[in-house]
Write a protein that binds this ligand. Structure first.
Ligand SMILES: [Zn+2]
Length: 291
């Protein structure tokens, strides 16, 4: 896989970086191997009196101070459809005395190997009528509006938990062919939940959408702050309303089979700044020491 053409510049960059600085890297990403669809916890070792500005892959990143007082964190990620290859994470540190340091680093985006699957669904979900298309378009505008609003600080604390106690499936990132003609990428995680299984908030947050949508069925979106949201779809019942503050583990509804489904399940998706992230990887991230 590693050709000389791709390996050589990386080697030169590595040698130069080692030569230029003997200090440990001040910007750490977890998971360290960054793949399309990865959520990434970014840690910057800097004093609490510093200010940070950062951007990566066209998103501006807002850091928050960690629990310990000597690290700053951001919970970000790479969209499932992000092109692979090197990217630059721009980070500028401004110290209390006004001095600035450029902490930018190269981050290699590795390919994630997701499967391809073929499915059959009722024809109306593949070729919606003009009236249904109008409904879908109106809902797209609504979702755009919903995702544009986010709390200016993280609302979560500790690690995210699974929204249901039901078996998860390895379904994120799967390329799906609907009725042999419409290709889409599965941008969430399906849990094999029976109709009526309690669905819980994965972390603290604010409900930003709680209603029936064409594809999603009964849908609940929770904002966890700084652009991070979780969405639960196909619910049989919704138990929360827009604007409601929810705590981790709180009941938000019951799982079901509404919207575009082939059977009862909970579709659960994670977005950061419009990027779709792998929910399984978010659940694996150890955030307990962060905040
Ligand atoms: Zn799904």
């Amino acid at each position: 896989m590693l050709s000389l053409r791709t390996a050589l510049p990386a080697l030169i960059v590595t040698l130069f970086a080692v030569h230029a600085s003997a200090q440990p890297a001040p910007v750490i990403l977890t998971p360290a191997v960054v793949e399309a669809g990865s959520p990434e916890l970014i840690r910057v070792n800097a004093p609490a009196t510093a200010t940070l500005s950062a951007d990566w892959l066209g998103h501006s990143i807002t850091f928050f101070p960690g629990r310990g007082g000597h690290d700053w964190y951001a919970l970000a990620g790479v969209d499932v459809e992000q092109a692979t290859g090197p990217s630059v994470l721009h980070v500028t540190l401004r110290l209390a005395d006004g001095a600035t340091r450029d902490l930018s680093r190269t981050v290699e985006i590795h390919p994630a190997h997701y499967r391809t699957e073929t499915l059959r669904v009722p024809p109306r979900f593949v070729e919606p009528s003009p009236a249904q298309l109008k409904e879908i378009e109106a809902e797209m505008a609504l979702k755009k509006e919903v995702f544009a609003h986010t709390a200016p600080e993280p609302l979560w604390s500790g690690r995210f938990r699974a929204p249901v106690s039901a078996p998860p499936t390895d379904s994120f990132g799967v390329r799906r062919m609907f009725n042999g003609q419409l290709a889409s990428i599965h941008k969430g995680m399906d849990f094999r939940a029976h109709i009526g299984t309690p669905v819980h908030a994965s972390a603290d947050g604010v409900v930003t959408l709680a209603q029936k949508l064409y594809f999603e069925g009964n849908c609940v979106i929770i904002d966890h702050g700084l652009g991070l949201t979780t969405t639960s779809m196909h619910l049989s019942r919704i138990d929360v309303h827009v604007g409601q503050h929810v705590r981790a583990g709180q009941l938000i509804g019951l799982s079901g089979a509404t919207g575009r489904v082939t059977g009862p399940h909970l579709h659960w998706s994670v977005r950061w700044e419009g990027a779709y992230l792998d929910p399984a990887r978010l659940l694996r991230l150890n955030l307990s020491g962060v905040r």
